[in-house]
Design a protein around this ligand. Structure first.
Ligand SMILES: Nc1ncnc2c1ncn2[C@@H]1O[C@H](COP(=O)(O)OP(=O)(O)OP(=O)(O)O)[C@@H](O)[C@H]1O
Ligand SMILES: [Mg+2]
Length: 262
């Protein structure tokens, strides 16, 4: 580990407790079709996430929330700053901004899961197989993996007729539930959720909230939400983004008070 990492680690860490430390992170985009124009993703973001904590990120459209989550998942590489991932007290932290692609792919298998804001579906893979895949990759037999996948689909009220159909033909809400189920069966140690309930009706939202509360017992989560009632139900702490900066953090009660608007 280099000296900068060591310095930051001790400046920002409460020993043994942090799962993620983000220090002075910045991201701009260069848009080549606009003649190399620079667009601000977010700037000067710093926060820690404790192991087992559920951190909600809220804020207006375009304030940098998804870009921040994508930097943690390493879909984007930030311009500067550190993202220190602590696998556990006995391991050295990994700086996700500098880790090799190979390390990142390994971490995505077991350490860090992600539910995208865009409801992407792999073509020609059935709903059951989409959800069973992370279990098969861990060595579970196909019958067992499909059984667990079926339980998730049933619990999420996906009609049984659809279990062997392709999610690429599903409604937005059905596809979102399949994506959430896939992320939950993977049992990652940290889960990144980008508006996981945005396409869901109130009944499905309530089921997903219940499932998130269950996995919270063993998973650290960072979730972006526009629905502040969900934030009140799941989050331990809230970060507010505005004008591409993090403007405040606090408990849901401190940040949201009794209002329900965004
Ligand atoms: N790949 C990209 N290329 C260029 N600009 C980008 C890219 N991704 C994000 N941006 C820009 O970065 C800014 C922040 O976008 P981001 O998607 O992080 O916002 P957000 O807070 O998630 O918004 P929303 O609530 O609408 O999802 C926006 O101005 C956006 O246009
Ligand atoms: Mg977004």
């Amino acid at each position: 580990m280099n000296t900068n990492l060591e310095k930051n680690r001790f400046e920002h860490e409460q020993p043994g407790n942090n799962h993620l430390e983000i220090c002075n992170l910045n991201k701009t985009f260069t848009v080549h079709v606009s003649g190399g124009k620079q667009i601000m993703g977010f700037e000067d973001v710093s926060f820690n996430v404790k192991r087992g904590e559920f951190l909600a990120i809220i804020g207006g459209s375009g304030s940098g929330k998804s870009s921040l989550l994508k930097c943690i998942y390493r879909t984007y590489i930030p311009d500067s700053g550190l993202i220190l991932y602590h696998p556990g007290p006995e391991y050295q932290p990994t700086d996700l901004t500098a880790a090799t692609d190979h390390m990142i792919l390994n971490m995505r298998r077991s350490e860090i899961g992600y539910v995208s804001q865009l409801l992407y579906a792999v073509p020609r893979v059935t709903a059951l197989d989409v959800i069973a895949e992370p279990l098969l990759m861990r060595g579970m037999d196909q019958a067992g993996a499909r059984d667990i996948a079926a339980n998730y689909l049933a619990r999420l009220c996906i009609p049984e007729d659809l279990w062997d159909a392709y999610p690429s033909t599903f409604s937005g809400g059905e596809r979102q539930r399949v994506n959430i189920a896939r992320a939950l069966v993977a049992s990652s140690n940290m889960l990144l959720l980008d508006e996981p309930t945005s396409a869901l009706d109130p009944a499905s939202t309530a089921i997903v909230v219940e499932m998130l509360r269950e996995v919270k017992l063993k998973t650290t989560m960072i979730g972006i939400f526009h629905d502040l009632s969900v934030v009140r139900e799941v989050a331990d702490r809230v970060i507010v983004m505005k004008n591409n900066r993090m403007i405040k953090t606090g408990t849901p009660g401190e940040i949201l008070g009794s209002s329900t608007g965004d």
